[in-house]
Design a protein around this ligand. Structure first.
Ligand SMILES: Cc1ncc(COP(=O)(O)O)c(C=O)c1O
Length: 380
């Protein structure tokens, strides 16, 4: 080739890989479009453009599909975008049945969307299996949404029983398994059609990526619609986020196991505390979801718990205000422990009591976490 101009060199800078470097970790595949050969064919399995298939997302998708024992996984730009792709797979006139207490942001969006889209949305009480059964069968249902343990009371639902009931009425079953993660529960093995994750939480684990994921048991009509929605509504995950997510997932097991161990110790400690009225954690024998959790969750009961403290709203705000190690922030599933006054986050329409504090247990030394909360609890 003759000498080429500087602007041509600049436009092509770094594009010719020499094939000599073999990194242990995969590179960030930031390209948005992929070149074809002289016959205008794409290499086998290669994407043309990343809104359809993003090569940078594939390693994390492949790993998550394996961890959930699924047919395939798809990453999204957020957990909410992933949930939207599932809900938008339904049509006007369809009906969704969901838990009364679930991640509030998603519940609010579902309420608005179903109203605008002409779909019905009815709620069941997750602590009462009869309520689920009744709500599911009272009218034709296309989608049963489960969240277990559910945010922020950590109620548990028997996925296997719910999936059997849903199959009888021909409804798809989706499980929000953000809090359980595949370390503790594999919903597809229990009969769910799709598993959903806010990958922003435990899958990534470092509070520096927003992402969502859907894993399907089989190549179904529902799965194809979800993929169609991701591509055509453009809710794909960026390459850097996918790369960070994969890096986070490599430590998923030790992070979740440590969080479970510490959460159990913290829950047992708080359960005895004079200034704590109630501890909500599925690992406690007095939690309404404990029996189901024992049967359904392996290796622990999760890193999330909530406490109700003496002194009402002011008592709760005094406790969060006095924490020095727990960070006052929403979200969950990171290596750092967080505490939040849940009702302040959810706003005036919230059903959550004003004395409830939600705790996401990280991987710090449990002794330090207990010292911090013990000191803070003197302020109620
Ligand atoms: C259980 C659960 N599901 C879904 C979501 C929504 O995910 P994202 O914030 O990634 O959109 C969240 C976020 O807090 C969540 O906690």
């Amino acid at each position: 080739m003759r000498d080429i101009k500087a602007e041509t060199l600049a436009a092509r800078g770094g594009l010719a890989a020499d094939g000599e470097v073999h990194p242990v970790v995969p590179p960030i595949l930031a390209g948005t479009t992929y070149s074809r050969d002289r016959d205008y064919a794409l290499p086998e399995g290669q994407a043309a453009y990343i809104r359809g298939v993003s090569p940078g997302d594939l390693p994390a998708e492949h790993l998550l599909a394996q961890l959930e024992n699924g047919f395939a996984a798809a990453l999204f730009a957020s957990g909410t975008a992933a949930a939207a792709a599932i809900v938008q797979a339904l049509k006007p006139g369809d009906r969704i049945v969901a838990p009364r207490i679930m991640y509030w942001g998603l519940r609010n969006w579902m309420l608005d969307f179903c109203q605008q889209w002409g779909m019905a949305l009815d709620f069941y009480d997750a602590a009462d299996p009869k309520s689920l059964q009744r709500t599911l069968t009272v009218a034709p249902t296309q989608l049963l949404w489960l969240e277990t343990p559910s945010n922020p009371t950590w109620e548990t639902v028997d996925i296997s029983a719910a999936a059997k009931a849903a199959k009888k009425v021909g409804a798809w079953v989706v499980v929000d398994s953000t809090v359980a993660t595949p370390v503790l529960t594999r919903p597809l093995d229990l009969g769910a059609d799709l598993v959903f994750h806010s990958a922003t939480k435990y899958l990534n684990g470092h509070s520096d990526v927003i992402a969502g994921a859907v894993v399907s048991a089989v190549d179904s009509e529902l799965w194809q619609k979800v993929i169609y929605n991701r591509t055509n509504a453009g809710a794909v995950l960026g390459a850097f986020e996918a790369w960070l997510l994969l890096r986070g997932m490599r430590t998923l097991f030790p992070r979740v196991r440590q969080a479970c161990k510490s959460a159990q110790v913290l829950a047992d400690y708080l359960n005895q505390h004079d200034n704590v009225l109630e501890v909500q954690y599925p690992g406690l024998a007095n939690h309404p979801g404990h029996q189901i959790a024992c049967a359904q969750m392996q290796n622990g009961f999760g890193g999330m718990l909530s406490i109700r403290v003496k002194g009402g709203r002011l008592g709760a705000l005094a406790v969060v205000g006095a924490c020095q190690l727990f960070l006052r922030a929403t979200s969950l599933g990171g290596v750092e422990s967080l505490i939040e006054h849940r009702q302040s986050i959810e706003g005036p329409a919230s059903e959550i009591p004003d004395d409830l504090l939600r705790i996401s247990v990280g991987v710090e030394a449990i002794e330090d976490l207990i010292v911090d909360i013990e000191r803070a609890l003197t302020k109620v």
